[in-house]
Design a protein around this ligand. Structure first.
Ligand code: NAD
Ligand code: UFG
Length: 351
């Protein structure tokens, strides 16, 4: 019988790609999402892309903090594991509205952990972030590198990790994997699902893509005086399909009785390669054939200079390694943008 996975935030960018990989891998997928930052159309497309596996996807629209609704769902279905994506993720907004971020990201996680425990479901994959490495003094970042929070969003990830560690310490029958994502970009190669942020994009590649389709006049490059090869910031960009596959690898580790799994483990999901802003723009221009006008500007407050992952632990213990490079990331990002210049719901676009 196929394993049943609850995916919170499954209508969003990473969640929808992971839901698809899960379905294709033979899992039953139940998504809970309040559609606060997503469209249900993503899940309709996931079901289409999954073809014969499409009927194994179901969707419940409610807020994770709605404990009675979550209780009801757990009472009606037995889940083998939960992948917890649901959360707010805009760094700048979290500085403006910290209470909303603490409420959504922390209460959502607390309610989830509580309901899981009361229904005996104790396998969890938690979405953490490379943001917990702050401005790293040493790169690549290993899972042992010092962690800190630079803003309220980052603090919710740090607290989320700590809550998971404490829950495991209190009850060793839990199995939890904390995944620290580096910079997810790209889209499913079909071009049918991808990143569709509401409002002005905060992140580099969604902004680049909107310039390419004519929604914005130019990309502002934040910082040209870093001590890097071309003066712009360096990040570890990872194809979202590779990232999605990293979740399947994590589930395998949690579910396989022959695999030794210590209670609460953390893994980086990145490629181990650093790419500058200008290198990324050049790769996108090559993939799309579009010129991206640039406006050079000062540093964005709070930005780190160079961040990239050590990938050894995930390679050795999850048997997972990213397959795609920046050319494939840009090819697939452009394919998604070209097919869906205004995202899933053009009429609802806030341009
Ligand atoms: P996303 O906004 O596309 O997806 C998150 C989903 O969660 C959305 O569909 C949203 O509607 C839903 N959601 C939010 N709060 C909810 C709640 N209280 N109840 C129910 N649903 C809720 O974001 P994403 O890029 O797919 O990120 C997924 C996770 O990965 C987040 O936890 C994010 O912090 C983390 N992460 C993302 C990145 C990135 O760059 N995209 C990097 C590191 C970590
Ligand atoms: N950048 C620009 N112009 C833009 C947007 C970004 O030059 O319009 C630059 C940034 O200065 C940085 C690089 O592009 O040098 C990447 O910026 P992103 O905002 O795409 O990514 P960050 O690494 O700054 O942060 C993102 C998320 C964090 C998360 C982190 C690691 O916003 O929440 O990736 O996962 F923690």
């Amino acid at each position: 019988m196929s394993l049943s996975i609850l995916v919170t935030g499954g209508a969003g960018y990473i969640g929808s790609h992971t839901a698809l990989q899960l379905l294709l891998g033979g899992y039953k997928v139940v998504v809970v999402d309040n559609l606060d930052n997503s469209s249900q159309i993503s899940l309709e497309r996931v079901a289409q892309l999954a073809q014969d596996h499409g009927p194994n996807l179901s969707f419940h629209k409610f807020d994770l903090r709605d404990k009675p609704a979550l209780e009801e769902l757990f009472a009606s279905e037995k889940f083998d594991a939960v992948i917890h994506f649901a959360g707010l993720k805009a760094v700048g907004e979290s500085v403006q509205k910290p209470v909303i971020y603490y409420d959504n990201n922390l209460i959502g996680t607390i309610v989830l952990l509580d309901v899981m425990a009361s229904h005996g479901c104790k396998k969890l994959v938690f979405s953490s972030s490379a943001t917990v490495y702050g401005w790293p003094k040493v790169v690549p970042c290993t899972e042992e590198s010092p962690i800190c929070a630079m803003n309220p969003y980052g603090r919710t990830k740090l607290f989320g990790e700590e809550m998971c560690r404490d829950v495991y310490k209190s009850d060793s029958t839990w199995k939890i994997i904390l995944l620290r994502y580096f910079n997810p970009v790209g889209a499913h190669p079909s071009g049918a699902i991808g990143d569709d942020p509401r409002g002005i994009p905060n992140n580099l590649m969604p902004f680049v893509q909107q310039v390419a389709v004519g929604r914005r006049p130019a990309l502002t490059v934040y910082g040209t005086d870093y001590g890097t090869k071309d003066g712009t910031g360096i990040r570890d960009y990872i194809h979202v399909v590779d990232l999605a596959d990293g979740h399947i690898a994590a589930l395998n580790k949690l579910s396989d009785p022959s695999v030794v799994c210590t209670g609460c483990e953390v893994y980086n999901l990145g490629t181990g390669k650093g790419t500058s802003v200008l290198e990324m723009v050049t790769a996108f221009e090559k993939a799309s054939g579009k010129k991206i006008p640039l406006v050079m500007a000062g540093r964005r407050p709070g930005d780190a200079e160079v961040v990239y992952a050590s990938t050894e632990k995930a390679e050795q213990e999850l048997n997972w390694k990213a397959k795609y490079g920046i050319d494939e990331m840009c090819r697939d990002q452009w394919n998604w943008a070209n097919n869906n210049p205004y995202g899933y719901e053009p009429c609802a676009s806030t341009d």
